[in-house]
Design a protein around this ligand. Structure first.
Ligand code: IPE
Ligand code: IPE
Ligand code: MG
Length: 251
């Protein structure tokens, strides 16, 4: 199998892959290092994963880099994560340009330190014309917060309609989704979580409704190209039924 074609059938390739990159802290601890060393190594892997995913033919890749709950970590770790972002993001620009990757963000970046915000905004503007793959960095992102923001927009939309009763009826899941932050990104097809935990931790709650879940015990800093390939191959073996029967799907 060539490295760029991990699956037998191209239609069994997920369009949108989301990764909860977990296990940096435990990886560092197991080596007697500080947590930030784990985050540094994790950032290297994230850079590699962007290239591997692009070469495998993934169209959209969401990487969970910082959750709304991660602000509750020790101040030093939060500061370290933010400076990693402002230092490393500009350095990854040449490879994003080379790989034709469009950098985007999901989450509220307004509370980020100025240097991190500038790095993010610059990466978005430099790469906006790229079409090979979308990299969606989830930063200060929470799935509940995203749904709540859409609910507010939906209430305002209904309140602005002459016939509110009809408006409520017209508020289908699709219309509601169009009010979410990154509604032009496809729903999640494959959700990978590394680090051994079996939970979603507020990642893509709405859009994971029919995602295939894949859990790996590998700590994120050890995640390899083969691990990504294994996840994609596992996805290719799944039957996505969306409520239908297996017979309906296979016919
Ligand atoms: C994930 O690794 C990275 C972030 C949440 C920023 P962790 O830092 O959660 O690693 P563990 O779970 O403590 O090992
Ligand atoms: C989820 O990992 C967030 C990111 C990977 C950015 P956490 O390590 O924060 O999740 P919990 O706290 O174990 O659920
Ligand atoms: Mg963790």
């Amino acid at each position: 199998m060539s490295p760029s074609t991990p699956m037998d059938q191209s239609n069994s390739l997920p369009c949108h892959v989301g990764i909860v990159m977990d296990g940096n802290g435990r990886w560092a601890k197991a080596r007697g290092k500080g947590r930030l060393e784990g985050h540094k190594q994790g950032a290297k892997v994230a850079r590699n994963v962007v290239e591997w995913a692009k070469n495998f033919g993934v169209r959209q890749l969401s990487l969970y880099a910082f959750s709304t709950e991660n602000w509750d970590r020790p101040k030093l770790e939060v500061r370290g994560l933010m400076s990693l972002l402002s230092i490393l993001l500009p350095r990854t620009l040449p490879e994003m340009m080379q790989n034709d990757v469009r950098f985007r963000v999901l989450g509220d970046i307004s509370p980020l330190p100025g240097s991190a915000k500038r790095a993010v905004e610059n990466a978005m503007s430099e790469t906006k014309g790229n079409t090979g793959m979308d990299l969606i960095l989830c930063l200060n992102y929470g799935g509940q917060q995203e749904i709540l923001a859409a609910a507010r927009t939906a209430c305002e939309w209904v309140a602005g309609q002459d016939d509110r009763e009809s408006a409520w009826k017209a508020l289908t899941p699709d219309r509601f989704r169009s009010m979410m932050w990154r509604h032009d990104v496809a729903p999640l097809d494959l959700l990978i979580r590394t680090g051994g935990e079996r939970r979603i931790s507020n990642f893509h709650l709405w859009d994971a409704a029919y995602a295939e879940l894949y859990f790996s015990d590998v700590y994120w800093p050890d995640f390899s190209k083969q691990d990504l390939k294994d996840a994609l191959n596992d996805y290719a073996s799944r039957e996505r039924r969306y409520g239908k029967t297996g017979e309906q799907v296979s016919s």
